[in-house]
Design a protein. Structure first.
Ligand SMILES: *Cc1c(COP(=O)(O)O)cnc(C)c1O
Length: 387
């Protein structure tokens, strides 16, 4: 089965057995507990809905199929998936090597929860050079944590090269694949042990559900994650499972349009006199465009750019646009715009922001699937009003 077919059919095969209702769309099972006929045998294989629920099971099958993996575990949010992953794989006193341009919330989780409370330390490295990852590995390193492309600077890391280093040291490697989506990049196929998604973003794609998931081919990791899912309880609800099942069916067609619009806008911005710099892995000017071409099948819908102006100009710009909602998050059908230094990355200390290259005038857009001519007109108008 090809990607588009898996995205529609896996997990939602109609039940045509006698007594099966044949639903083409998977029903939302709301029961918190499931009755059994005999003490020793749960009747339909279900006992209590935290442990397993038919709607979540259907979604987990779908999510595994999207990454061409064997197992998936769904959680209440991307961050719940991250927390559960650390609980499953890292012991107190352990160490993580991570990309230095991670999602802000991931950084906060490491720095403000796991380090002070459990002495799990993290070394942040510029993973654009895989040698920096190898160099940061310590005796107590228990996890390598990558994200590519990163947020908001669209930096890439070489998944295959870093997976090789991880394997050499016997350390599991996870890739947060939220930005690329499984349609454009599959880290498991490149050697990663685990893939993490905030399904809140492209996989659901409609800005109406918060969720997260981890996909793996490793049965032991899956068992640990399933145990934590039940024992720590950060589960995805049946209704969110349904929404994500529904959203994921159109992932392929949405990603094609996201990418088409993003590419068109990136080119428009690149030739604009008021723009200092455009960051989009699909542009030949992106310093890692060649790597993007080898490990991704497409470049996604996220574009960051720096205005040739002041913070005031940038603020006016993001407040002037009509179709780009001034909001955090990404990956929905509607276009969004934000100022990382003030919004999504405000929790990153200013000196770290400067070091990473998150300038005050940096604008991040999540390009939606509206008609791109309307989006271009909207941006042109914002340039005129902002300066
Ligand atoms: C949003 C996001 C997360 C966190 O996911 P939530 O669903 O908001 O908890 C993690 N990683 C990346 C790259 C994200 O964009």
């Amino acid at each position: 089965m090809k990607f588009e077919t898996r995205a529609i059919h896996v997990g939602e095969e109609p039940n045509l057995k006698p007594g099966g209702s044949g639903d083409v769309a998977h029903p939302i099972h709301l029961a918190s507990t499931f009755a059994r006929a005999k003490v020793d045998e749960p009747t339909g294989g279900y006992e209590y809905a935290r442990t397993a629920n038919p709607t979540r099971d259907a979604l987990e099958k779908r999510l595994a199929a999207l990454e061409d993996g064997q197992y998936a575990v769904a959680f209440a949010s991307g961050l719940a998936a991250e927390t559960s992953l650390i609980l499953a794989l890292v012991k107190a006193g352990g160490h993580i090597v991570a990309f230095d341009d991670l999602y802000g919330g991931t950084r906060r989780l490491f720095a403000q929860i796991f380090e002070p409370n459990y002495n799990i330390t993290t070394t942040f490295v510029d993973a654009r050079d895989p040698g920096n990852v190898a160099q940061a590995i310590q005796e107590n390193t228990q996890l390598i944590w990558m994200e590519t492309p990163t947020n908001p600077l669209l930096k890439l890391c070489d998944i295959q090269a870093i997976a090789g280093i991880a394997r050499e040291h016997g350390i599991p490697m996870v890739v947060d694949n939220t930005f690329a989506s499984p349609y454009f990049q599959n880290p498991l196929a490149l050697g990663a042990d685990l893939v993490l998604h905030s399904t809140t973003k492209y996989i659901n794609g409609h800005s109406d559900s918060v969720g997260g998931a981890i996909i793996t081919n490793n049965a032991a990791f899956y068992e640990s994650l399933k145990f934590v899912q039940n024992a720590a309880g950060a589960i995805l609800s049946p209704f969110d499972s349904f929404l994500i099942l529904r959203g994921s069916k159109t992932l392929a067609v949405r990603m094609e349009r996201h990418q088409h619009n993003a590419m068109t806008i990136a080119r428009f911005l690149e030739q604009h006199p008021r723009v200092k710099q455009v960051l989009y892995p699909g542009l030949p000017s992106h310093p890692q465009h060649e790597l993007a071409k080898t490990q991704m099948r497409g470049f996604g819908g996220m574009v960051s750019f720096e205005l040739d102006g002041t913070l005031e100009n940038a603020k006016r710009f993001v407040e002037t646009v009509r179709y780009f909602a001034l909001a955090e998050s990404l990956g929905g059908v509607e276009s969004l715009i934000e100022l990382p230094a003030i919004m999504t990355h405000a929790s990153v200390p200013p000196e770290v922001r400067r070091e990473l290259g998150i300038a005050d005038g940096l604008i991040r857009i999540s390009v939606g699937i509206e008609n791109v001519d309307d989006l271009l007109e909207d941006l042109e108008n914002a340039f005129n009003k902002a300066f």
